[in-house]
Design a protein around this ligand. Sequence first.
Ligand SMILES: [Zn+2]
Ligand SMILES: [Zn+2]
Length: 601
Amino acid sequence: MNTLAKEQSVDVDSREYVDALRHSCAHVMAQAVQELFPGTRITIGPAIENGFYYDFDGPHHFTEEDLPKIEKRMRQIAEGNHPFIGKEVTPEESRKFWEARGEKFKVELLDGIVARGEKVTHYSHDNYVDLCRGGHLQDTRGIRHFKLLSVAGAYWRGDEKNPMLQRIYGTAWPTKDQLDKHLKMLEEAKARDHRKLGPALDLFSIQELAGPGLIFWHPKGGLMRLIMEDWLRAEALARGYQMVYTPHIANVELWNTSGHRSFYKDNMFGEIEVEKGEYQLKPMNCPFHILIYQSRLRSYRELPLRLSELGTVYRYERSGVLHGLMRVRGFTQDDAHIFCTPDQIEGEVEGCIDFALHVFKTFGFERYQMEVSTWDPAKRSDYIGDEGDWGRAQAALESVLKRRGVPYKLCPGEAAFYGPKIDVKLIDAIGRSWQLSTVQFDFNLPRKFGMEYIAPDGSRKQPLMVHRALYGSIERFFGILIEHYAGHFPLWLSPVQVKILTLTEAQNDAALALESRLKAAGLRPAVDLRGEKIGAKIRDAQLEKTPYMVVLGPRDVASGTLAVRLRDGRQLSGVTESQFVSKLSQECAEKLTSPHWEQPQ
Ligand SMILES: [Zn+2]
Ligand SMILES: [Zn+2]
C-alpha cells in the first residue's frame, strides 16, 4: 500500500488550486454532516464553478436552518490543520470498508471504478475517509473563506429513476475578499433574478397546466422578442444569410441518418406514431438545413451558402435542471449553417465573429471571453474528419481572433469529436459569465449525409459545414438581458417607452391626444388614466421600470410643454413635445443603454 505523492504546488489563483480547495471543502462538509447527523450516507462531492456541493442520503431532512451549525463544525475541523492523505487500496479492502459502514452509494461507485479498471484510492483527513480520485489541498489550513448556501434535491447519478438525495451547496475562495465579492454578487443576482422579474414585469410565464420548461411569452415580452428577432433577421440578410423555415418534427429515419438517435438520444423526446411511421421532435435544426442544401446538386459557385433560421427545438431536459428561461424544454435558436469550400473558411469565421461582436455591442455587453477548443493531436483516432481540414479550421479560428485583437483562451483537447469551435461568453453587469455564441465546425454531418458540390474542375467535393448561433437560445438570451439590465431595458427594447400620467381626469383628453401623437411618431406610449393619486401612478410606472414618464397637470396642458421624469428619478420641465420626440427617437436609433439628457434652456 503506497501513499500517493503530494498533489499540487501552491499557486492560489490557479484553477487547480481553487478546485482542490472547493473539493476539499466538500470533504470537510461531509465530515461535519456525518458527525452532526448520524445515519447520513455520503455519495459524491465535486467542485463546481464558484463552489462545491455534496449529495447526502439519510433520515434527516436538511433545511437552510441546518447550514450555520454545519458551517461552525466545518470551521472547527478546518482549524485542526489536518493533512489530506491519499492511499491506493485494493478493491476488496475498499469494498469491505464501505460495506462495513453501510455506505451503499460508495460501494456502487467502487463497482464503477473497478469496472473501468481504474485505481482505487481512499483520501482521509482527521477521522474522515472518502472514496475519491484526488485533487485536494495539502491540508485543511486553506479552508477558511467559505459559506454554505442552499439545500436542494438531486437524483443519484442525475437519473430520475434513482433515489432522491439531498444536496448542500457551498462556496469557497482563497481569500476573504474574493468570498465577500462573490456573496455580494449572489445578493445582486437574487435581486435581478429573471424568474421573479419576468413575471413581475409581465414579460413571460411558465404554466403548470402546460408543463415545466415551456415558455409563454406575454404581450410585453413578445414585443421585445419581435424587436430582437427583426433586428437579427435584418442583420443576417445584410450579411448574406438566407432565411429558411423547417418543420418541428421529422421521421426517425432523418435522426438515424444524422446520428442524433444514438449520440443525442437522451435529450430527445420520444417517438410519435404517424401512419405506421415514427416521428420525433427536433432537438436541432442542422439536419433540416442539410436537406435544403441537398434538395439539388450544388456548384462551388453557390458557396458559401449561409442558411439561417429562427428554429424552435425541443430537448428533453430533466426536471431537476430546468431553470426559468435559462434551461427549458422548448426554445428558439438563431441558428445558421454555413456550407463552404476550404479556402472560404477564414472569411466565414471572420464573418461570424464580426456578427457576434456586433450583437454584444448592440445589446450593451461590453465584456466577453472567447475560447477556442481544438483537438488533442495525441488522440487522433478520437476525432472524425480530414487532418488538413482540422488544421485549416483551427488555424482560421485563431488567426481571425488574433487579427481582430480579441483575446482568447486556447483549450486543447476540448473540441467535440466532429470539429473545433469558438465559444463566446458574455460578462454581464454584475460580472457573471454566460456561454452564448458558438461557431462550431462539423466534419461529421456532411459525411453522414454524403453532401457534395461540383468543384471548378468538375469533380465532386464535400463542403465544409459550420454551425453558428449568436443569441444561442432566444429564451436564454432574453433571461440574460433581464438580469443584465435588472429590467431597466434600453429604450429601443422597452415594451412601453413612455407612461403618460394624468393629475386629474381633466387631463384625460390631452393625455389620449398626446399618446396618439407619440404613437404616430413611432414611439410606444401608454396612458395611466386611473383615479389614483399622482404619487401612486409614478410609483407604479417605476415598478414597471418604464424609461420615461410624462406628468400632465393643468399647467402643462396650458403651457403646451411636458414635465418629464426619467426612471432614475431625474426630472425635466418645460420640454417641448418636438424636443421630447426627437430625443427619444435618437435614443432608440442609436440603441443607447442610458439616455443623455440635460435640462433644456
Ligand atoms: Zn476527494
Ligand atoms: Zn447546427
